[in-house]
Design a protein. Structure first.
Length: 621
C-alpha cells in the first residue's frame, strides 16, 4: 500500500460516513454542514492537513478564568487600598506578647504559633489557602451578586478595631486574629455591599480555625476524652463481655496486663479543630440552606467521639484477644480509624440531607477571554476612589492606632504577689523560698535550659525539692512574670509533656494560719504514669499537683479569672498585674493519693506565709 493511502485513510473514512448519512436520510446535504469542511483526493488531504492544537493546560485555563474574573471585579482600587492599610496596621501594631516572635507583627506571631509543636496548630497555615479556594469556586455566584458601597459596614470595621485595641492592650493575640479576619470581612461589605457579606460569611468563618485553641478548649477536650472512655469500656465490658475496667481516662483489665489512656493526642479528640474545619468546609460546599450548614458544623464533636470510640474499642478487642503488645501497636498505628469513621459518617449525614442541584449563577459578561489577548473592557460602572468609604475606614484605622499608642504609654508594672528582689545586671528577679518546712530539708533546683529559653527574658523562676525524714519528696516552684503574660502558661502542658496523664481536676482550699487565718483557693490535679525500670518492669505511679495564681491584692485558682483580672486592671488603671504561679508536686504509689495531698496541705500551711504576700481579697473569705 502506498504511503499516501495511509496518510489519507482517516479522511476517506470520514467521507464514507458522510456519504452513508446522505443516502440513509434520502437527501443530499452539503458535506461542510455535515462536519466535513473540505473534500479532496487523499493526497491533497494529506498535504492540507493541519497539526492538532494541543489542549490548554490547567495553568492556562486558570489564567483565562482569572483574567476574566479580574476584568469584571468592580472597585478593585478601593478594596485593595483598604486591605493594604488593614494589613499594615496588624503588621506594625499587631501584638505586644512576644512568646513566639520578637516582632510586633501579628502575622509573625501567627506563623510562630502555627509552627509551635505544643500548640498542634500546623493546620492554621492551610486555612487561608482553603478560604481562597472556596471563594474562587463561588466566583461566578459572587460576580452575579449586585454590588454597591455600603457605609453601614463601617460599624463592623469599627467594632473589629475596638476588639483589636483591647486585645493588644491585654496581650491576647488570638483575639486580635479574630479582629483581623472580621475586619477584612467587613471591608468586603463596605466595598461590594451586603450581598457579598452574606455570600462570603462561611468562607471567612473558616478563618477562625487559624486561631490556636488548645488552651481555650482544654475543659471540653477532657470531657470528650472521658465520654469516649466511658462509651468504649461500656461496649467492651457491657456488650462484648470483655475483662476491661476504667479509672478516669485510663483503661485496663483486672490483671493490669494492659493499660491504655485516651490521651489528648488521640486523633479526632485533640484534633477536634481539624474535624470541625472539615465539616464546615463540607457543609459550605455541599449545601446552600444555612440550617444544614449549621447542622454539619454541630456534628463535628459527635463525629470525633464516634471515631474515637471505634478506635479505642478496636484496641480493647485486639488487646484482649492477642495481648498487650498487639493492643499497643494498634493504639499507635490505627489513628486513621478515627478519621475514617468520622469522615464516613459525615458523608452519610450529607447524603441524608442532600439537596437538589441548583443552577449556578453566571456573571454579567464574558468569562472566556483567550490566553494572550488583552482583557475586555470592564462593563461594570466605576466609582471614584476617594469617598466616604475610603475616608471613613482610614480615619477609623488611624484612631485605633492612636488608641494603642496611648494605652501602651500609660502602662505600668504592678508589684509582685510573692516576695522577690531584683538582681543586678539581670532582668530576672530572685525569689527566696524557705529552706526548711515542716521538718523537711530542701535543695535548690536551677531552672532547666528549656524553661529559660522558652519563656520571656524577664521571667523569674525559683524551685526547691523538699525531703521528709521518711524519704518522701515534694517540689515547690514559683514562676513570676515580667511585662509579658506568657511567662505563665497552663501547668497541664508541663505534666503531659513529661508523660503524666491527668485523670482528675478538682478545686480545693488550703488552710493558712499566718499572718491571719485564711484559705488559698487552688486546683488539684491527680495524674498517673507507668514508669518502666531498667529491667523492663512497668511500675504504676500517681502524682498530686496543686497550683494557684497570686498577684498584689489578688488570688485565684483559675487561669480565666487571672486573665480577666489582668485585663480589667490594664484597661481601668493601666497597671499590668505581676502575677506569680505557685505549684506543689508530690509523687506517690496507687492508693496513697489522699496521704500525698495531706502532706501537701501541711506543707503549704507552713511554707506559703514565708514567700507569699498576704492581703489578697479572696484570701479573706
Amino acid at each position: 500500500m502506498k504511503p499516501w493511502l495511509l496518510n489519507g485513510a482517516d479522511d476517506w473514512v470520514q467521507h464514507l460516513k458522510v456519504q452513508l448519512k446522505i443516502r440513509v436520510d434520502g437527501h443530499t446535504e452539503d458535506p461542510r454542514r455535515a462536519g466535513l469542511a473540505f473534500f479532496r483526493p487523499p493526497l491533497d488531504c494529506a498535504r492540507m492537513a493541519e497539526p492538532t492544537q494541543p489542549a490548554p493546560t490547567l495553568a492556562e485555563e486558570f489564567l483565562v478564568e482569572f483574567r476574566a474574573f479580574w476584568a469584571w471585579l468592580p472597585d478593585k482600587p478601593l478594596f485593595f487600598t483598604l486591605l493594604g492599610a488593614w494589613v499594615l496596621l496588624f503588621h506594625f501594631l499587631g501584638h505586644c506578647s512576644f512568646n513566639f516572635t520578637n516582632k510586633p507583627s501579628l502575622f509573625a506571631w501567627m506563623w510562630g504559633a502555627w509552627s509551635a509543636e505544643a500548640l498542634e496548630a500546623e493546620h492554621g497555615k492551610l486555612v487561608p489557602v482553603v478560604v481562597l479556594i472556596l471563594l474562587w469556586l463561588r466566583r461566578n455566584e459572587l460576580l452575579a451578586t449586585p454590588t454597591r458601597r455600603w457605609l453601614p459596614a463601617l460599624a463592623g470595621v469599627a467594632l473589629a478595631l475596638a476588639l483589636h485595641v483591647v486585645a493588644f492592650t491585654v496581650q491576647q493575640p488570638r483575639v486580635s486574629m479574630v479582629a483581623l479576619a472580621g475586619g477584612a470581612w467587613c471591608l468586603v461589605g463596605l466595598v461590594w455591599g451586603p450581598g457579598w457579606l452574606r455570600k462570603t460569611f462561611f468562607p471567612f468563618l473558616l478563618l477562625g480555625f487559624c486561631v490556636p485553641l488548645e488552651a481555650l478548649g482544654e475543659g471540653l477536650l477532657f470531657r470528650l476524652r472521658l465520654l469516649v472512655t466511658q462509651i468504649s469500656v461500656g461496649i467492651g465490658h457491657g456488650v462484648l463481655g470483655l475483662d476491661v475496667l476504667r479509672d478516669g481516662t485510663a483503661i485496663f483489665n483486672s490483671a493490669r496486663s494492659f493499660n491504655y489512656d485516651v490521651a489528648p493526642a488521640c486523633s479526632g479528640i485533640r484534633s477536634l479543630a481539624s474535624l470541625l474545619a472539615v465539616t464546615t468546609i463540607y457543609g459550605y460546599v455541599a449545601f446552600r440552606a444555612p440550617w444544614k450548614r449549621v447542622v454539619m458544623i454541630a456534628l463535628a464533636a459527635p463525629l470525633a467521639v464516634a471515631g474515637n470510640v471505634a478506635r479505642i474499642t478496636t484496641v480493647i478487642i485486639l488487646a484482649e484477644a492477642f495481648g498487650h503488645k498487639t493492643g499497643a501497636a494498634a493504639e499507635t498505628n490505627l489513628g486513621y480509624v478515627t478519621f475514617a469513621v468520622a469522615i464516613g459518617l459525615m458523608f452519610l449525614a450529607g447524603w441524608l440531607m442532600r439537596e437538589n442541584a441548583a443552577p449556578v449563577a453566571s456573571p454579567l459578561g464574558r468569562a472566556d477571554l483567550p490566553v494572550g489577548l488583552p482583557d475586555a473592557q470592564q462593563r461594570v460602572p466605576t466609582t471614584p476612589l476617594v469617598g466616604p468609604a475610603l475616608i471613613g475606614a482610614l480615619l477609623l484605622i488611624a484612631l485605633a492606632s492612636g488608641a494603642v499608642f496611648k494605652l501602651q504609654a500609660r502602662q505600668t508594672l504592678g508589684r509582685p504577689g510573692v516576695l522577690a528582689e531584683p538582681q543586678a545586671g539581670s532582668q530576672r528577679w530572685r525569689i527566696p523560698l524557705p529552706e526548711q518546712v515542716a521538718g523537711m530539708t530542701s535543695l535548690e533546683v536551677p531552672p532547666a535550659k528549656e524553661e529559660l529559653t522558652g519563656l520571656p527574658a524577664d521571667t523569674s523562676i525559683s524551685k526547691r525539692v523538699y525531703r521528709a525524714p521518711d524519704g518522701a519528696e515534694l517540689l515547690l516552684q514559683v514562676v513570676l512574670m515580667g511585662r509579658d503574660r506568657t511567662s505563665i502558661h497552663q501547668p497541664q502542658y508541663c505534666l503531659t509533656g513529661q508523660g503524666w496523664l491527668i485523670e482528675k481536676t478538682e478545686e480545693v482550699r488550703l488552710p493558712i494560719a499566718q499572718p491571719h487565718p485564711h484559705e488559698v483557693p487552688a486546683l488539684k490535679l491527680t495524674a498517673s504514669k507507668v514508669f518502666t525500670t531498667e529491667t523492663g518492669q512497668r511500675v504504676p505511679l500517681r502524682a498530686i499537683y496543686v497550683y494557684w495564681f497570686v498577684a498584689d491584692g489578688a488570688l485565684t485558682a483559675h487561669r480565666s479569672e487571672r486573665l480577666a483580672s489582668m485585663a480589667k486592671e490594664l484597661l481601668r488603671t493601666g497597671t499590668l498585674q505581676r502575677w506569680a504561679y505557685v505549684a506543689c508536686f508530690a509523687q506517690c504509689l496507687p492508693g496513697e493519693e489522699d496521704k500525698a495531698f495531706a502532706r501537701v496541705k501541711e506543707f503549704a500551711a507552713e511554707a506559703v506565709p514565708e514567700f507569699q504576700r498576704a492581703g489578697a481579697p479572696s484570701a479573706q473569705k
